[in-house]
Design a binder for this molecule. Structure first.
Ligand code: MRU
Length: 347
């Protein structure tokens, strides 16, 4: 367990989250008591990372029966459906968000709870289960990843996929942490991850705490390091994996995968099954979130572009399946052909 936590339910009836916008300079925990406020926190990236926003949405829905003025459970369920609509819209690319919302709603619909209080109890239990499962799944995924991380490996990592992006431990970064804890002498190149600097701010903060040797490098430097030095593997997370194995992840992932292919460096994607979306045939159907231009025009409130410079700010990109050496899941390693092998994973 890390010394901080990403998200936690407070018995007083609130969701507490570390404010990731403030890290690493300030360690502040915010509390939220409505689903709308949780949706706002997801949108503003107080909390981010696919599994973490899934858990946040689940706890956000648990707030609805907790604070509802209705005693009729059917009316409370109606309020939850409305809250779910708002939560789903908060960020569109990571499938974990809609996956968690659907899981809570399905349980609430089918349970036919006799009272608001009963509904409150079972929804909260399910949200807690989603959070606990996430930690277990990450540990299992990290263990499977060890067969792909040799002692002495030099690893390229993009974005933040650690404890901060999940309920705890993390996916790709969890695997890296486990390798270090197992005594492997690994070294990590940490892509800074413009524009929000999840690598420079968050991954670096986590790796310092775990004692993993690393270097923060500009996003554009992966070609240089792969051409001139030793890079043994890339490992990243994902926001959604389509049925054909295409991967939606933080903008810049595709560039890294192409460079890795050119240099015959294996490119691994660590994902819980909740990030794999067999209902989406390929990356072409995945909605790519466009974020506010200020994330590109400003750094820490300081404007770096000329006034009125036009800006594009896609938060994610699609890495076609052909660039993905393997997917690492909690049930083991999945290799191409992905359409068949992903279907098998869920059968
Ligand atoms: O915009 P973010 O910071 O939410 O993007 C996060 C990522 O792209 C992560 O790589 C992904 O969610 C996997 S995290 C386990």
């Amino acid at each position: 367990m890390a010394d901080f936590y990403t998200i936690r339910w407070l018995e007083t009836g609130a969701v507490s989250m570390i404010d990731q916008r403030k890290l690493p300079r300030q360690v502040i925990y915010n509390q939220y008591q409505t689903a709308e406020a949780v949706a706002g926190a997801i949108q503003d990236m107080v909390i981010r990372g696919a599994p973490a926003i899934g858990a946040a949405a689940a706890f956000g829905l648990a707030l609805v029966p907790w604070y509802s003025k209705n005693e009729n459970p059917d009316l409370v369920l109606g309020e939850m459906e409305e809250a779910a609509r708002i939560l789903r819209k908060a960020r569109p690319t990571a499938v974990n968000l809609s996956w968690a919302v659907e899981r809570i709603l399905q349980l609430a619909r089918s349970a036919r709870a006799p009272s608001r209080a009963a509904l409150q109890g079972l929804v909260l239990e399910e949200a807690q289960r989603i959070a606990e499962e996430d930690v277990r799944v990450n540990l299992s995924l990290g263990k499977h990843a060890q067969q792909l991380i040799p002692d002495g490996a030099v690893i390229f990592h993009h974005c933040n996929t650690g404890s901060l992006a999940t309920v705890d431990y993390g996916t790709a970064l969890g695997a890296i942490r486990l390798a270090h804890e197992a005594g492997k002498k690994i070294f990590v190149y940490v892509d800074e991850t413009r524009p929000r600097l999840q690598g420079a701010r968050l991954t670096a903060w986590e790796l310092l705490q775990y004692g993993v040797p690393f270097k923060v490098v500009p996003d554009s430097s992966s070609g240089h390091f792969m051409r001139t030095g030793k890079v043994d593997l890339c490992i990243v997370g994902a926001d959604r994996v389509a049925a054909n194995g295409d991967v939606a992840n933080k903008i810049g992932t595709y560039n890294l995968a192409v460079v890795a292919r050119e240099h015959q460096v294996p490119f691994y994607v660590a994902v819980p099954k909740s990030t794999i979306d067999l209902a989406t045939p390929s990356g072409d159907q995945i909605e790519i979130e466009e974020r506010p231009p200020e994330e590109v025009t400003h750094i820490n409130s300081c404007q770096i572009t000329p006034d009125n410079a036009p800006v594009g700010n896609p938060a994610f990109d699609i890495t076609p399946a052909k660039f993905v050496t393997a997917l690492i899941t909690e049930e083991g390693i999945v290799r191409p052909p992905y359409p068949e092998n992903l279907a098998k994973l869920f059968s």
